[in-house]
Design a protein around this ligand. Structure first.
Ligand code: PLP
Length: 423
């Protein structure tokens, strides 16, 4: 028993059993973290990172060496020709939207290979809230290939759909989002990319890489994807970047994305870094071990909550390709209790009680627990979910494993105290 937080002795005993069981998984996760740490270090060294890169520019930001070298470092890590890493991206959704608007033209078709997209992307595409400047408002067509009943991609249907004329981008969402379908490993992303290219090599394969970075040794752009994008307040920001997003991919495509973020003719040349460079560099440096801590927290949570009788996605011993751990709690009361416990296990705002609210971009009320140093950062321990069937929470993050673990234990403790589970 620890001397700082009250945990029911039976839960504490369970926790120790769980930790013994997951030990071999932890060893494998640490080996991946070591590989990725060295990958990041080598990119830093190749680009001769120096202290003066951390002092940001102002105004137009012409010739900002720190900004340009960070692009080169991301490109090396993702195995791409170029990258665009900017604090000016306000979120993951904004980054993905800039990439899509940058590359698509009226009359083009965007084809999702992984069923319906993440909630906030529905408004970007125009599946909800028409007339607000969505891709569809600009004459872009949208089609999607449904996933198979087991949640896996349907490769024959992907090939058939990609063979149709007019497909410009094949879009893959790696992480599960607010669904219980599996997240797709880099290997599976590679299979989808190959299926598309086999029928039309000109289609741009784009990956929503949110939550996936550094969870495996390879990134999607190293197995056939042309471009990928994500948020810096998730994995690659390492819990230190304060805002921003990145896009890594083919040089011609990155140029188009940069033209959308800034303006045609300006592209990557402008955009001062203010005082954000140091935290973006430092965050990237920490990212592999922070991702490892977050995945360890997820594995611990899955094993503990499965032992407590809840269905978990993925299961504790299934391979991982992102930070997300979904726990099917089955009722709004249990969701609220779980999130309350996670909040109590946070370093910041541990005393507040989370309540469901109408979050911008989401169609149902969402409950969120996040006691974070960076507002809404979900590489920090957080749990959220829309209050609708199947009443599951999606938890992720944990900057350090010990802090993630106590958060998970307090979530279970909270369910015990509300009488929602018995040991
Ligand atoms: C987080 C996430 C996004 C972007 O969300 P933001 O909250 O805008 O950063 C997009 N796709 C997936 C799969 C995500 O997990």
């Amino acid at each position: 028993m620890n001397e700082f937080f009250y945990i029911d002795p039976k839960l504490d005993e369970l926790s120790q059993k769980v930790e013994k069981e997951i030990y071999p998984i932890f060893s494998a996760l640490e080996a991946t973290a070591e590989h990725n740490q060295l990958k990041v270090m080598s990119a830093f060294q190749k680009n001769q990172v120096s202290e003066n890169f951390f002092y940001g520019s102002t105004g137009y930001g012409y010739g900002d060496r720190g900004r340009d070298a960070l692009d080169a470092i991301y490109a090396q890590i993702f195995g791409t020709e170029d990258a665009l890493v900017r604090h000016n991206f306000v979120s993951g959704t904004h980054t993905l939207a800039a990439a899509l608007f940058g590359m698509l033209r009226p009359g083009d078709t965007l084809l999702s290979l992984t069923g319906g997209p993440y909630d906030t992307m529905e408004e970007v595409i125009g599946l909800r809230g028409q007339g607000q400047g969505s891709l569809m408002d600009f004459g872009v067509h949208y089609e999607q290939v449904e996933l198979l009943p087991d949640g896996m991609p349907d490769l024959p249907s992907i090939e058939r759909a990609a063979a149709k004329p007019g497909i410009k981008i094949a879009y893959i969402q790696r992480s599960r989002g607010y669904s219980l379908r599996p997240s797709f490993s880099v290997e599976i992303v590679g299979k989808m990319a190959k299926a598309v290219k086999s029928v039309n090599p000109n289609i741009i394969v784009m990956v929503d890489n949110c939550y996936g970075e550094f969870s495996e040794r390879l990134e999607p752009t190293q197995v056939g994807a042309d471009i990928c994008a994500g948020s810096l307040i998730k994995n690659p920001g390492g819990g230190i970047a304060q805002t921003g997003g990145y896009i890594a991919g083919r040089k011609d495509l990155i140029q188009l994305c940069a033209n959308r973020l800034t303006a045609p003719g300006i592209g990557k040349e402008e955009g001062c870094s203010l005082n954000q460079s140091r935290s973006m560099y430092m965050g990237l440096f920490f990212a592999p071990t922070v991702v490892c801590s977050a995945i360890k927290t997820a594995v611990f949570a899955a094993d503990l909550f499965e032992t407590l009788g809840f269905e978990c996605f993925p299961k504790w011993n299934e391979p991982r390709t992102d930070l997300i751990q979904a726990v099917k709690l089955g009722s709004p009361e249990s969701m609220t209790a779980f999130c309350g416990g996670i909040q109590k296990g946070s370093p910041v705002d541990s005393f507040v009680v989370p309540e469901a609210w109408d979050m911008p971009g989401y169609s149902d009320k969402v409950i969120m627990a996040a006691g974070t140093f960076t507002g809404g950062s979900s590489v920090e321990l957080s749990a959220d979910g829309p209050l609708r069937e199947p009443f599951a929470v999606w938890m992720q993050g944990g900057l350090t494993y010990p802090s993630g673990k106590i958060g998970v234990l307090l979530a279970a403790q909270s369910l015990i105290e509300k009488g929602l589970i018995q040991l």
